[in-house]
Design a protein around this ligand. Structure first.
Ligand SMILES: *Cc1c(COP(=O)(O)O)cnc(C)c1O
Length: 395
């Protein structure tokens, strides 16, 4: 564990920090790992793919032999579509647990593929809980699969996956987890969380660059999934079968991204794996949220649902506050923040993930304070009506 020796930030010629949930700020050594070309067919690259899969299976609970790791080209949504389209048979029915944009996107994905789907939509403030999932499954025997979002990145809410998984298991259904923005920083050991598959991508908590995602699926579920897929290129069974046979990706792999990801995995292990990474992100969140509250900002969510991944803040009520101007002022100070992605209230987001520590988060808060002063905003308190609505819905 050489966390003590880790320095933040890496020297990077003044590029801004990305306070966003991926792409995010990566280590200099991760970027440097891309300064070389690899032949996709070559034995060296095949060994890199194998190492990547082995390390991801280890992170998921040392499940080599029971589960398989299937990397898939594209952004995270491509990998979600690959997981769902491959593992949910055409005649099956899925229940999607939604509390934000990514849950709704999973439901849309199923609809586009022509799969039967029903949705529990909890809005923006609350997680789906085990009891209501159990009730929904009891009420509809046609449901075969449940799709859950681990950290719903649109609000930053951390959903209670263990109780959801238990409800799904106790009803004999199958669980697919979108752990895109959580895997690598929040424990997801599939030996303790019964599920058929999880999905994540290179550019979130492992801190690689964008270019591929990966499905970690039960081997028996993958074996049974032959021919399910609605798509040629997103067929996770076919990708897996080809990799087992040849050690290669079926179509052109993002070779540089894979090389960068292996370096990112090395840094992840050096930091103490999931526990070390998660602890740094939690500290980032705590320092940043306390500082922002000191300026009057308030979080969308109650403390108990705040993930260490990304935090949503209400837009302040002050008439001088305008998000585009705040964004530009923050950028001029070296910090790229993130617009909100909620349906009802005005909000913006600040990510806690990427190659940053609490010293950077203190600078973020100082930059927010200066930016408010430059805008002539002396108080960042949200509109009373927005807070009242949150309190009404979230209690
Ligand atoms: C990032 C993310 C995705 C994938 O988004 P892409 O933009 O396609 O990479 C899916 N689900 C969640 C929860 C995410 O955070």
């Amino acid at each position: 564990m050489d966390t003590a020796k880790t320095t933040f930030p890496d020297p990077k010629m003044g590029e801004p920090f990305l306070l966003t949930p991926g792409p995010l700020t990566t280590a200099l050594s991760v970027k440097e790992a891309m300064l070389r070309d690899w032949g996709s067919w070559d034995g060296d690259f095949r060994a890199m793919t194998k190492s990547l899969c082995d390390q991801l299976l280890a992170l998921a609970g040392d499940v080599q032999g029971d589960y398989a790791c299937v990397p898939m080209q594209g952004s995270g949504s491509f990998a979600v579509e690959s997981m769902i389209g491959t593992l949910v048979p055409r005649e099956a029915k899925a229940l999607v647990l939604a509390n934000g944009a990514y849950g709704l996107r999973a439901a849309e994905t199923l609809r586009v593929m022509g799969r039967a789907v029903s949705v529990i939509d909890k809005g923006d403030y609350l997680p789906p809980c085990g009891d209501e999932v159990a009730r929904a499954l009891d009420a509809d025997p046609a449901i075969t699969h449940v799709v859950a979002i681990h950290c719903e990145t649109s609000s930053g809410i951390l959903n209670p996956i263990p109780e959801i998984a238990e409800a799904v298991r106790s009803r004999g259904r199958k669980l697919l987890i979108d752990s895109m923005s959580a895997f690598g920083a929040i424990d997801l050991d599939v030996t303790r969380i019964p599920c058929d598959a999880i999905v994540s991508s290179a550019n979130k908590c492992i801190e690689g660059v964008p270019g591929f995602g990966f499905v970690i699926a039960r081997m028996d579920a993958l074996e049974a999934a032959k021919g399910n897929a609605h798509s040629l290129s997103l067929d996770a069974h076919a990708q897996w079968a080809a990799m087992v046979k040849t050690g290669q990706w079926r179509f052109t792999p993002p070779t540089h991204v894979v090389a960068a990801f292996l370096e990112a995995l090395r840094l992840h292990a050096a930091e103490g794996g999931v526990a070390g990474r998660g602890a740094r992100y939690a500290r980032n969140r705590d320092v940043m949220v306390a500082g922002m509250r000191g300026l009057g900002f308030e979080t969308l969510l109650r403390d108990r649902w705040l993930s260490p991944i990304i935090v949503t803040f209400f837009t302040p009520a002050h008439p001088n506050f305008a998000f585009p101007r705040f964004y530009d002022l923050m950028k001029a100070k070296g910090f790229i923040i993130y617009p909100g992605k909620l349906t009802v209230v005005d909000s913006f987001r600040i990510g806690c993930i990427g190659r940053m520590d609490e010293t950077i988060m203190r600078r973020v808060v100082a930059a927010a304070k200066e930016s408010l002063a430059e805008m002539g905003v002396d108080d960042a308190t949200p509109p009373a009506a927005a807070l009242a609505e949150r309190n009404r819905l979230a209690d």
